[in-house]
Design a protein around this ligand. Structure first.
Ligand SMILES: [Zn+2]
Length: 270
């Protein structure tokens, strides 16, 4: 491991360790400032909560060597951990140690809209996934004021979670496109390698092969849905969940987080 990789690993650990206090600070702040009667869902508050985590975590990092930066433009990731002393260029990742993909879920919503659907080969080694479960929560029963509170969270390496996601996808009868199997028959020029297709052969992402569009939809969009991706079929699916839980502490933390908050995940684990 070179110096840069070591620093990236240290930064990842620092971000994970700072999160419990950062969440406490976010909740104190939103309770003080964002309290209201009512409380909208679908209001963009999830994005606000995600950003607040980044700013509060940044304040708690124990290094003068790196800091969190909010990525502008249309990058997939939300935050990057960047070297404090260097110029930062998001389009080339110059000055970056690692990136963080941040997702939020509303606890009372039936189905999470958050998608974790980038392909396995697109993740860097130390890239982090941060997921926040939040909901409008009573400040006090008396005045019916509510505030957006982070109720639970997971912050950890993204790759182990993506590996679990991918094996469960295969377990449900899905496949991943290879240059040889691409429905578009692109040959060596294939840009669809690794794209997920569901059991019916329909592409899961808009960027999948054009010939793999569904009969009524452009793409299926189930791949990487934070709840749906943990859906397992029968004992085979349960075996996959248990195997990953045992073999990787990050995956175990992710599954504990999801089981605590979603009974159907707990059920498929048991
Ligand atoms: Zn192709």
């Amino acid at each position: 491991m070179n110096t840069s990789e070591k620093l990236a690993e240290k930064a990842a650990e620092d971000i994970i360790a700072a999160t419990p206090s950062a969440v406490e600070n976010v909740n104190n702040f939103t309770k003080e400032i964002f309290h209201t009667r009512g409380g909208r869902i679908g209001s963009g508050m999830g994005s606000v909560v995600e950003a607040l985590w980044g700013f509060h975590t940044n304040k708690l990092l124990h290094s003068s060597e790196y800091e969190l930066g909010w990525i502008y433009g249309h990058e997939y990731n939300d935050f990057a951990c960047i070297r404090s002393s260097e110029l930062w260029e998001p389009s080339t990742k110059a000055g970056e140690l690692l990136r963080v993909e941040v997702k939020s879920m509303v606890a009372s919503a039936d189905e999470s809209k958050a998608h974790f659907d980038r392909l396995l080969h697109e993740f860097d080694r130390n890239e982090l996934l941060a997921v926040f479960l939040w909901d409008w929560t009573l400040v006090s029963e008396k005045n019916k004021m509510v505030y957006p509170a982070i109720l639970d969270y997971f912050v950890g390496l993204a790759i182990p979670v993506a590996r679990l996601r991918d094996e469960l996808h295969l377990g449900r009868g899905g496949t991943f496109v290879s240059a040889e199997s691409c429905p578009d028959k692109c040959g060596a020029q294939c840009t669809h390698i690794g794209e997920p297709l569901n059991a019916a052969g329909v592409r899961e992402r808009r960027s999948g092969p054009a010939k793999a569009k569904g009969p009524n939809v452009s793409y299926a969009a189930n791949f990487g849905g934070l709840l749906r991706m943990l859906g397992s079929r029968g004992s085979g699916g349960r075996e996959i969940l248990r195997k990953h839980y045992k073999s990787n502490p990050t995956t175990a933390r992710f599954l504990d987080f999801m089981s605590r908050n979603f009974p159907r995940v707990a059920k498929s684990m048991s």
